[in-house]
Design a protein around this ligand. Structure first.
Ligand code: SF4
Length: 429
C-alpha cells in the first residue's frame, strides 16, 4: 500500500478519544487504538501495520502490504449493548452520535425506525446495501428492537428505490416489522421528519425521537450492530459513495468497507481519478456536505465524496436564505464567495430556530412560505438569491423570486449539474 492511514481521534459527537498506542508500535487490524474518556466511541486500527505518529488529533499507521482477512475481535461481553460499545459504533448516517448511548433506553414497547431514506441526492450506498444485503440490516434492526424493548420496527425507504423496498420486504418474517415508503423530497430522512411521517407526531426542535418512544438508526449503523453482535467485529470500515467529475464517468460508485483513515485522494483515484479542473470536493451529500481538502480521510461518518464542476461566476449582489436542515449561513457565504458574489443580506427561513448553539427547523420540509423573506432580501439590495432551502421551500421561493426578477441559485446547483441531476427548483406535484 502506497499511502498511510490517518485515523482521527474524534469521529463522533463528544470529546476526542485518548490514544492507547504509541509511535513505533505494531498494531493488528481491529486492535483498539484509542478509547473515550467522556462521551465518545472506541477507535480501532482499520488495517494491520506500524504506528508512525500519534498527535492530539489522529493516529497515523503505515499499513502492511499484505493484509489479513480476519481482524482482532472485540472482547466477550455480557450484553448486546456492551458489544456495541466495545465495537465503537456511532451513527454512520453522518450524525456520529455514539450508538451505545442512543440505544441505552427502554422504549417500553415503542418503535425503532431503520433510516434507509438516504435523503441527500446522489448518495446511494445505503440503498445499495439494502438491495445487496438486506438480511444484515434486518437482523441489526431486530437486535436494536430487542435492546431498546421496542415492539414495532419500520424500515423507511424512498418509494422510488423499488429494488431496495422489495429486497427488504423479502426478508421480513416478523409481523411487528414493516417497510414504509417515503416521498422523494429533502429532508425526508431527518429524524423528526421520520417521526412525523411514520408515527404522526411532530416533535419540538429540542426534542429527541425518544420523546415519541422511538429510536432512529441509519441502515449502515444497524448492519454494524449486526456485525458486532454476530461476528464480534469492531467498526473499522465505512461504506462510501464516490461520484462526480471523474475520468471513469459521472455515475455513482459505491465502495463497501473502505478502511477508516483512508485518504479521500486515494478513494477518488480508485474511482477513476479527477477529470480536469474541479470546483469543490464535498464530503457528505449536496445539501449538508462540507467542502474539504484532499488531505481529508474517510471516517465513521463519511457517506459521500463528490467532485464537483467549477462554481458559476456571479458578480451581482446576493441575498442568502438559510435553512435549518440544508445550508447554514457559513455554507451559503462560502458558496457566494466562491462564486465571486458579495453578500447583500442574510435571512433565515422562518422555521429556523436556535437549539443548543446550532440551528434546527421547526417542521422539516413543510414550507412556511418564503415571500416575506425574499422581499426583505430584495430591500437589502439583493439582485440574485442563493438559497439553501429544502425541496418544499425551494418550490415557494420559485413561486415568488421570478416575479420580483430575482434569479435563484440553490447551493447544490454546481454539485447536481456535475452529474446531470435535475436541479432543486420547482417540484412537480
Ligand atoms: S421549512 Fe425552512 S428551515 Fe425547514 S427544512 Fe424547509 S427551508 Fe429548511
Amino acid at each position: 500500500m502506497e499511502y498511510k492511514l490517518k485515523i482521527p481521534l474524534q469521529q463522533h459527537i463528544g470529546a476526542p478519544c485518548k490514544p492507547v498506542v504509541s509511535a513505533g508500535e505494531r498494531v493488528k487490524k481491529g486492535q483498539l487504538i484509542a478509547a473515550p474518556e467522556k462521551l465518545g466511541a472506541n477507535i480501532h486500527a482499520s488495517l494491520s501495520g506500524v504506528v508512525t505518529a500519534v498527535t492530539g488529533e489522529y493516529i497515523e499507521i503505515e499499513p502492511d502490504k499484505e493484509q489479513p482477512e480476519d481482524y482482532v475481535p472485540i472482547k466477550e461481553t455480557s450484553s448486546m449493548l456492551e458489544a456495541i460499545k466495545e465495537a465503537g459504533i456511532v451513527g454512520m448516517g453522518g450524525a456520529g452520535f455514539p450508538t451505545h448511548v442512543k440505544m441505552d433506553v427502554d422504549l417500553q414497547g415503542g418503535t425503532v425506525i431503520a433510516n434507509g431514506v438516504e435523503c441527500e441526492p446522489l448518495l446511494s450506498h445505503n440503498v445499495r446495501q439494502m438491495e445487496q444485503n438486506p438480511e444484515i440490516v434486518y437482523r441489526g434492526l431486530k437486535y436494536a428492537m430487542q435492546i431498546t424493548n421496542a415492539s414495532r420496527g419500520y424500515i423507511a425507504i424512498k418509494a422510488k428505490n423499488k429494488k431496495a423496498v422489495e429486497a427488504m420486504k423479502s426478508v421480513i418474517d416478523d409481523p411487528r416489522i414493516e417497510v414504509r415508503e417515503m416521498p422523494d423530497i429533502y429532508p425526508m430522512g431527518e429524524e423528526r421528519a421520520l417521526v412525523r411521517e411514520i408515527l404522526g407526531q411532530l416533535l419540538r426542535p429540542d426534542q429527541l425521537p425518544s420523546a415519541a418512544r422511538a429510536v432512529i438508526s441509519n441502515v449502515e449503523t444497524l448492519s454494524r450492530i449486526c456485525e458486532a453482535v454476530e461476528k464480534r467485529k469492531p467498526v473499522i470500515s465505512k461504506n462510501v459513495t464516490v461520484i462526480g467529475r471523474l475520468k471513469s464517468g459521472r455515475q455513482a460508485r459505491v465502495f463497501f468497507d473502505v478502511p477508516i483513515g483512508t485518504p479521500i485522494a486515494e478513494l477518488i483515484e480508485k474511482a477513476g481519478g479527477f477529470e480536469g479542473d474541479f470546483g469543490e470536493i464535498i464530503m457528505g451529500g449536496p445539501f449538508t456536505g462540507k467542502a474539504v481538502d484532499l488531505d481529508c480521510v474517510v471516517t465513521k461518518t463519511t457517506g459521500g465524496i463528490i467532485v464537483t464542476d467549477p462554481l458559476p461566476r456571479e458578480k451581482r449582489k446576493a441575498g442568502l436564505l438559510v435553512c435549518g436542515c440544508g445550508a447554514n449561513e457559513a455554507r451559503l457565504r462560502e458558496v457566494a464567495e466562491k462564486m465571486g458574489a458579495c453578500v447583500a443580506g442574510v435571512e433565515r427561513c422562518k422555521q429556523v430556530v436556535d437549539v443548543k448553539g446550532g440551528i434546527k427547523c421547526e417542521n422539516p420540509g413543510n414550507c412556511p412560505g418564503q415571500a416575506e423573506k425574499i422581499l426583505k432580501l430584495k430591500k437589502m439590495g439583493a439582485d440574485v438569491l442563493i438559497v439553501g432551502t429544502c425541496s418544499d421551500c425551494t418550490n415557494t421561493v420559485m413561486g415568488v423570486a421570478p416575479k420580483l426578477k430575482l434569479p435563484v441559485y440553490h447551493h447544490t446547483d454546481h454539485v447536481l449539474r456535475t452529474v446531470g441531476h435535475p436541479l432543486v427548483r420547482r417540484l412537480k406535484k
